[in-house]
Each structure stands twice: as structure tokens, then as C-alpha cells.
Design a protein around this ligand. Structure first.
Ligand code: ZN
Length: 186
């Protein structure tokens, strides 16, 4: 893959949106529906990695998935708040925490060292997934991280805890493989 300059990339993306707008014209009624509001089927908490893209992986259309993406698919204050909104205000009853193969954020935790204060903060959310004794396989850490982040959604959010106990909310964990495209649910 060749690395392109910012101006070239911006032009490419603008051309992509022109094509998107053209296709959208054939679908005006649905567009109008989307403008009125959303009723997503599920939340996906996924990594920001460019290879992940939950809508593509699950064959979902606009309005179907409420996707929260942050490197390492961590449950932090902002990602939890976004999920709370989808559950409390949009009626979502399924949350999927989806880790993935060859995660750069997990690799950074395994390497250790100082990544600067912002990134260090993020990596601190992943570090508990190393376990004791420390696991050295990145994919195993990523899988464990998904489960720990799912637990954190419950332990750190009264809204999600209550929705699980009283309102049928399910929090599932999964691992996505680039090599096959398969999402493996726990
Ligand atoms: Zn990742």
C-alpha cells in the first residue's frame, strides 16, 4: 500500500462521497427515515483499527449498528457513556465487545515502555488483560481484554448493570479474524 499525502487523500475521500451521494439518490425514502431518527439493532464496541469496520464485517446497513470505536476496544468513560446512551435512549438490547487479531494497542502493551500520557492512559485499560502470569500471545490477550471490558461495562455503569438485570440487555464478547473474516463469539 503506498502512503499518500494528505491533500491527495482528502481528494480521494471527497470523490468517494460524491459516489455515495449518487447512490443515495436512489434511496431517498430510506434517507428521509434515517433523518427522522435511529433505532439501531446492536451496539458494537470495537477497535479503531482500519481493518475492523463492524458495519462491513456484519453486513449491516446505515442505522443498524451503533458503533463505538476506540483503540483496543476499551471500556473507558467515553465509550461507556456512548453505550449507555444507546441502551437508555435508543432501546438497544445487545452489546458486542469485539476484539481482533493482530491488535496494535495490545502489541503496544506487550512491548511496554512510555507512549506519552494520552496513549499510556489508554494502554492502562488494556494492561489487566495480560493477566498473571503475563500472557505473551497478543491474540490471547485481545480475547481476554474483550471479556474484561465487557465486565467493566457492568461494574462501572449502573445503567448497563440495571438493563442487564431487569431489561434483557445482553453483553456478548467476540474476536474478529482478518485472515478469514470470521467473528468468533465466546
Ligand atoms: Zn486493535
Amino acid at each position: 500500500m503506498t502512503r499518500r499525502g494528505a491533500d491527495q487523500v482528502l481528494e480521494k475521500l471527497k470523490r468517494g462521497n460524491v459516489r455515495f451521494v449518487e447512490r443515495a439518490k436512489a434511496d431517498a425514502a430510506r434517507r428521509a427515515g434515517l433523518a427522522r431518527g435511529q433505532q439501531p439493532l446492536a451496539v458494537v464496541l470495537a477497535c479503531a483499527d482500519s481493518r475492523v469496520a463492524p458495519e462491513i464485517v456484519f453486513g449491516a446497513d446505515l442505522g443498524e449498528l451503533f458503533v463505538v470505536r476506540v483503540a483496543g476496544n476499551v471500556a473507558n468513560t467515553s465509550s461507556i457513556a456512548s453505550i449507555e446512551y444507546a441502551v437508555a435512549n435508543l432501546g438497544v438490547r445487545l452489546v458486542i465487545v469485539m476484539a481482533h487479531e493482530s491488535c496494535g494497542a495490545v502489541a503496544a502493551v506487550l512491548e511496554g515502555g512510555d507512549s506519552g500520557s494520552n496513549l499510556n492512559h489508554l494502554l492502562e485499560h488494556i494492561a489487566p488483560a495480560l493477566g498473571a502470569p503475563a500472557e505473551s500471545d497478543a491474540d490471547a490477550v485481545a480475547r481476554r481484554g474483550a471479556r474484561l471490558n465487557a465486565e467493566r461495562l457492568i461494574s462501572e455503569s449502573e445503567i448497563l448493570r440495571k438493563a442487564c438485570a431487569e431489561d434483557g440487555l445482553r453483553i456478548a464478547t467476540a474476536f474478529y479474524r482478518f485472515t478469514t473474516g470470521a467473528v468468533e463469539f465466546d
